[in-house]
Design a protein around this ligand. Structure first.
Ligand code: RFL
Ligand code: PHB
Length: 389
């Protein structure tokens, strides 16, 4: 087989890139390790920046998002049994949209299917060959048969555990990582959200987040020990613990119900440099991970796709390598700022096992500063709604 861009990974990054390229007449083949049902079964991100919304519009995949997504003009932050609000629209003129990654992915699959896009599911043993030559190719196995795709470029959109990043030699690749000493236990429940906006809660018992998908679908998280397993937590225990971590007036009106999903995610900050090796380009979680506190994971994946898409269009339409040559530098400049924000917001909101009394006072002072200082709120709002591409 032959294609211009071989895309490894059929998550949001790979699908969005494939759809955008298609609309510019640039063909691609997407290789996905799982089934479509498996990919659509993952409950992940919920908050979309304007930049991602614009890309989805460009991709012709934003109709349902505009009809069913929720515009959030601000967010609530609680600590010490009190709560304050940061108004995104007042500070930046821009809201965020609450619309699940699952739905974004569903919309992207629908668009690829409607356009007759080529996606191979349940592929195994994907290997990248000759990424540092002018004639790269990818091999993989499907239903016991080996296949080969010759291509101009390879987009590594295969997430943190994929093969793309590992294909870059260690003499070239440099990795930066921070592992946080806790995880997030998340549940999805068919109950109305406790508040109209998200609540990020700092409590002596640990962090909690009240989020949502729609009027009758809530997503809640609590900070938990890394050794915890989802089955250690009954629904009853989860709700009780959540109630203890949010302001009393919110806990009182919290509607509880059976969980329809329960999982634990570890928290990690991770960046690999460079994001390009020859004709291989890394996008999204394949190149970087943020702790979910700032809702930046899917959104940073989107900015990578934007830069790579622009670079590839420049290459095919204008015969220029300027865009692909500056891809890694441009993408990383934005990524490191999102890494900083997610790390800062995580540090502000969680309880750390080794926190001293002094550290706790610093956290409190920082929260007080954010509550009362317009400039601090402005900086928070600018980062939360997403820095410009
Ligand atoms: P994905 O989504 O991991 O997709 C990669 C795809 O590649 C496939 N794959 C392979 N395919 C072929 N061959 C191989 N060898 C392969 N290895 C892997 C995988 O099956 C998969 O389908 O990466 P992508 O596309 O870069 O997208 C990144 C986002 O999924 C991720 O950043 C976000 O979900 C992170 N995230 C959030 N981001 C936000 O912007 N806002 C949020 O509110 C938010 N909340 C979250 C989150 C992530 C979470 N978890 C569980 C990690 C909340 C949680 C709980
Ligand atoms: C979510 O709704 O899953 C969500 C929202 C905000 C975050 C992280 C996750 O910061």
């Amino acid at each position: 087989m032959k294609t211009r861009v071989a895309i490894i990974g059929g998550g949001p990054s790979g699908l969005l890139l494939s759809q955008l390229l298609h609309l510019r007449g640039i063909d691609s083949i997407v290789l996905e390790r799982q089934t479509k049902e498996h990919v659509l079964g993952r409950i992940r991100a919920g908050v979309l920046e304007q930049g991602l919304v614009k890309l989805l519009e460009q991709a012709g995949c934003a109709d349902r998002l505009h009809a069913e997504g929720y515009v959030h003009d601000g967010t609530l932050i609680s600590y010490d049994n009190s709560m304050f609000r940061i108004d995104f629209t007042e500070h930046t003129g821009t809201p965020v949209i609450v619309y699940g990654q699952t739905e974004v992915t569903r919309d992207l699959y629908a668009a690829r299917d409607a356009a007759g896009g080529h996606i191979e599911f349940q592929v195994e043993d994907v290997v990248i060959h000759g990424a540092d030559t002018d004639a790269p190719h990818v091999t993989y196995t499907s239903q016991g048969q080996q296949h080969r795709i010759d291509c101009d470029f390879i987009a590594g959109c295969d997430g943190f555990h994929g093969v793309s990043r590992q294909s870059i030699p260690l003499t070239v690749r440099r990795e930066y990582e921070k592992i946080y000493p806790f995880g997030w236990l998340g549940i999805l429940s068919q109950t109305p959200p406790v508040a109209e906006e998200l609540i990020y809660a700092n409590s002596p018992r640990g962090f909690a987040l009240c989020s949502m998908r729609n009027e009758n679908l809530s997503r809640y998280y609590i900070q938990c020990a890394l050794s915890d397993k989802p089955e250690d937590w009954s629904d009853e225990d989860f709700w009780q613990e959540l109630k203890r971590r949010i302001p009393a007036d919110q806990a009182e009106k919290l509607v509880t119900g059976p969980s329809i999903e329960k999982s634990i995610a570890p928290l990690r900050s991770f960046v690999t440099e460079p994001m390009r090796w020859g004709r291989l380009f890394l996008c999204g979680d394949a190149a970087h991970i943020v702790p979910p506190t700032g809702a930046k994971g899917l959104n940073t994946a989107a900015s990578d796709v934007h830069y790579l898409y622009q670079g590839l269009c420049d290459y095919y339409e204008n015969d220029s390598t300027a865009g692909i040559d500056s891809y890694s530098e441009k993408a990383l400049a934005r990524i490191w700022k999102a890494e900083r924000f997610s790390w800062w917001f995580s540090s502000l909101m969680h309880r750390y096992p080794d926190q001293s009394e002094f550290d706790l006072k610093m956290q409190l002072a920082e929260l007080e500063f954010l509550r009362t200082n317009k400039s601090a709120q402005q900086a928070m709002a600018e980062n939360y709604v997403g820095l410009p591409y």
